[in-house]
Ligand binder design. Structure first.
Ligand code: 13P
Length: 248
């Protein structure tokens, strides 16, 4: 079995202004001794300033979305290349909020991920089922179809991380059972094994996301096929975020 480096990523969503940079600096300082990878995916408006205020030893600054083209007439959008220019090292794609609110399809998410990889950045591809799909026994079919169609052919273990985020667990305080998380992660790894081979599958990192807090993180991280977490609310405050990193 390959030893995979843990990965803890925070997703600040539409939160954070210049006056919150001090919280990022705190996370930067406190995380220096951590052996895994840590990222904070911030609003585009503070990426550059956040980068100026960190030591660059451990904390990776990232973004939460991008356009799939490099440049052009796409009013209001930014490309992976532009985010890299601002200092982003990692970009999330396919978050359920983008899939649901902005109707992003697997095909568009795959194109975005491809543009991120082609910009030499890391992409975190998110997938996850609705509560209705879960209740109908469709979790596995849903997430495997999403992953198969949102992961570009150039994805590999060094340029792509997968985040499983059940939509009904995001911001609700509810999480699947540990068994359910483990089963989904195993299925996703086995899917990647079928598409990309066992070596890539064993090295690729799969994160769990949805109501991860300092008090439930340890049990989740103990699961064999879970390599870290994508954290929303609890990444906004350095105490909560570090509480999760400390148990990882
Ligand atoms: P919460 O941790 O707030 O549930 O959010 C999870 C999430 O959506 C991270 O991308």
């Amino acid at each position: 079995m390959n030893k995979r480096k843990n990965f803890i990523a925070g997703n600040w969503k539409m939160n954070g202004t210049l006056d919150t940079i001090s919280e990022i600096s705190k996370i930067d300082k406190l995380s220096e001794g951590y052996e895994g990878d840590i990222a904070l995916c911030l609003p585009n408006t503070i990426i550059s300033k956040a980068n100026e205020n960190i030591s660059h030893k451990k904390l990776l600054i990232g973004a939460q979305n991008c356009h799939h083209e490099e440049s052009g007439a796409y009013t209001g959008d930014v490309s992976a290349k532009m985010l890299k220019d601002a200092g982003a090292k990692v970009i999330i794609v396919g978050h359920s909020e983008r899939r649901q609110i902005y109707k992003e399809t697997n095909e568009i998410i795959s194109k975005k991920a491809e543009s991120i990889i082609n910009s030499d950045l890391l992409t975190i591809i998110c997938i996850g089922e609705t509560e209705e799909e879960k209740n109908m026994g469709l979790t596995s079919t849903t997430v495997c179809t999403q992953l198969k169609n949102s992961m570009p052919s150039i994805s590999n273990e060094t340029n792509t991380v997968v985040a499983y985020e059940p939509i009904w667990a995001i911001g609700t305080g509810r999480i699947p059972s540990l068994k359910e998380i483990e089963v989904v992660h195993k299925e996703l790894r086995s899917l990647v094994s079928k598409i990309k081979g066992i070596d890539t599958a064993n090295k690729m990192r799969f994160l769990y996301g949805g109501s991860v807090k300092p008090n439930n993180a340890r049990d989740i991280f103990d699961l064999t096929d879970v390599d870290g977490a994508l954290i929303g609310g609890a990444s906004l405050k350095s105490d909560d975020f570090m509480g999760i990193i400390n148990v990882c």
